[in-house]
Design a protein around this ligand. Structure first.
Ligand code: IDP
Ligand code: MG
Length: 149
């Protein structure tokens, strides 16, 4: 089953939106496979956002992500990567679809509340970066056969 890495960023945590994000993913039918509430260290932040190094928003981004705790999660399901990106909305809140998290709660790209892996390949890499194998839970959910074809 496809896995994706999802994070409620510091602004989402400060604004009390952990439950809102989890509720939306659960309601959609996605299945939780791991979660931890944590402070992001500089090394992890720089590895996670390494692809953006050198861009003008890189340093503010590292400051933002290390400024307060985050909720790091792994969600699974068919097409989990695309489904979660859609639920979170486009990177810029003013371009995010109405009904998405970034549209419904955000205004600025530098305070866009959540992170979600953008490809299956990056999903696997990000899950491995943020979670130890032993922190992931494989479990049978009673409704699985009614959500997964
Ligand atoms: P994504 O989070 O939708 O995958 P990316 O382009 O990978 O978006 O950028 C990573 C994060 O960097 C964004 O979520 C946002 O927090 C921040 N970011 C991206 N572009 C800008 C910008 O132009 N100004 C400020 N922050 C930005
Ligand atoms: Mg990205």
């Amino acid at each position: 089953m496809e896995k994706t890495f999802v994070m409620v960023k510091p602004d989402g945590v400060q604004r009390g939106l952990i439950g809102e994000v989890i509720a939306r993913l659960e309601r959609r039918g996605l299945k939780l496979a791991g979660a931890k509430f944590m402070r992001v260290g500089m090394e992890l932040a720089e590895t996670h956002y390494g692809i953006h190094k050198g861009k003008p928003f890189y340093e503010p981004l590292i400051n933002y992500i290390t400024s307060a705790p985050v909720m790091a999660m792994v969600w699974t399901g068919p097409n989990a990567v695309a489904a979660v990106r859609q639920t979170m909305g486009a990177t810029r809140p003013t371009e995010a679809a109405p009904g998405s998290v970034r549209h419904d709660f955000g205004l600025e790209v530098g305070r866009n509340l959540t992170h979600a892996s953008d490809s299956v390949e990056n999903g696997e890499a990000e899950v491995a970066l943020w979670f130890d194998e032993s922190e992931l839970v494989e479990w049978g959910r009673a409704i699985d056969e009614w959500v997964f074809e």
